[in-house]
Design a protein around this ligand. Structure first.
Ligand code: AMP
Ligand code: MG
Length: 341
């Protein structure tokens, strides 16, 4: 398939409108469109169209029991795809939408089971990106859009990442800026008495608790630290059980005091390089967790582009809630290969 690529940021207002209109027509006729969001780039299709959604799974090589998030432009669209009172979501929406926050609710009849991976619940969010919201509005339908990467690979946060993974597989790519957040949305399940975070993100349990005035649970799957417990815990977000974010290179996370981690990295690097291996290092500023979120996937992809054999990464402080969310991804990237130093 010929993929049409629009560099939205380089277009004038009129051309931009035309490009988004063309993309919305593609969505309406069941085609795939890639678009930027503030979290990562999404590969989108009409979330109410069975055929269109099934093509997302095909393009990504995604297992069909891994449900998709419906991207909507307002609360009316949320009401349309859900089968319950919005309840506490009205407050959460006011606080966090548009933004990197996804709510899981009971689905309405309208939403095909292919979108929800066979579940009777549906995940929804309003993204904080003008191109995305305009595309949804013009399409007039919720857009199912998982991250626009080949399944298992790091999520795409820059236009070149989606062009690399998805050229020839989708009708249109809308290239925008580099993603501001860089990791996927916080997912919260609101279908039970106690709200539960299924996937951590930059919107934290503490922030959510404050808005709704009650405690928020964390799904045990979000805190898995090794491969063995991966087999024991059944995550409530089906996607959390799959291999994720994996670079081609081997990856080791070094955990400990910063000075010890730095020394260990220097030593391992020297030793492996003497054996002819190419070694890459990912060591974020200790307290700039938002930067780590923004840069992680892009750094992992760069390592692969550079043909690195081994990635040595410094662990982040998981006591910080954003640090915890980034570590959730880093651990999966490394296949839980952590070394205490
Ligand atoms: P992605 O869009 O690639 O970030 O993946 C979407 C994530 O949302 C996956 O981890 C899914 O398992 C999760 N998800 C989507 N819909 C639901 C749902 N109805 N219940 C629980 N998790 C969901
Ligand atoms: Mg994904």
């Amino acid at each position: 398939m010929d993929t049409k690529i629009f560099d939205i940021e380089k277009l004038n207002l009129k051309e931009k409108e035309k490009a988004i209109y063309e993309a919305s027509q593609a969505i309406k006729s069941g085609e795939l469109v890639i678009f930027p969001t503030e979290t990562v780039y999404g590969i989108g299709a009409d979330g109410l169209n069975y055929e269109a959604v099934s093509n997302i799974y095909k393009a990504k090589g995604r297992p069909s029991d891994n449900p998709l998030i419906l991207h909507v432009c307002d609360l009316d669209m949320v009401r349309d795809v859900t089968d319950c009172d919005l309840g506490v979501l009205e407050k959460l929406a006011k606080a966090f939408w548009p933004g990197p926050f996804t709510a899981v609710l009971k689905k309405s009849e309208k939403v095909p089971l292919i979108t929800t991976g066979g579940l009777d619940t549906v995940a929804v969010r309003i993204p904080d990106n003008d191109i995305a919201v305009e595309l949804i509005r013009k399409s007039g339908t919720p857009i199912a859009a998982p991250s626009a990467n080949i399944s298992g690979k790091p999520s795409p946060t820059k236009p070149e990442h989606v062009i690399h993974d998805m050229s020839g597989k989708v009708k249109i790519i809308l290239c925008g800026d580099k993603c501001r957040v860089g990791i996927e949305s916080t997912i919260i399940d609101l279908t039970n008495e106690e709200p539960m975070i299924l996937r951590p993100g930059i919107i934290s349990a503490t922030q959510i608790s404050k808005v709704i005035g009650r405690t928020v649970a964390m799904d045990a799957a979000a805190s898995i630290k090794n491969r063995e417990s991966e087999n024991d815990v059944n995550p409530k977000a089906p996607g959390m059980k799959y291999k994720h974010y994996a670079p081609s290179a081997q990856m080791i996370i070094l955990q400990g005091k910063r000075s010890d981690v730095e020394r260990e990295i220097t030593e391992i690097k020297k030793q492996r390089e003497s054996q002819g291996e190419k070694v890459g290092v990912i060591l974020f500023e200790e307290n700039d967790f938002e930067n780590a979120a923004r840069e992680l996937f892009s750094k992992l992809r760069k390592m692969d582009d550079d043909g690195v054999d081994l990635i040595l990464a410094g662990a982040l402080d998981e006591k910080d809630e954003i640090g915890f969310a980034v570590m959730n991804r880093m651990l999966k990237s490394a296949g839980y290969n952590v070394r205490e130093v």
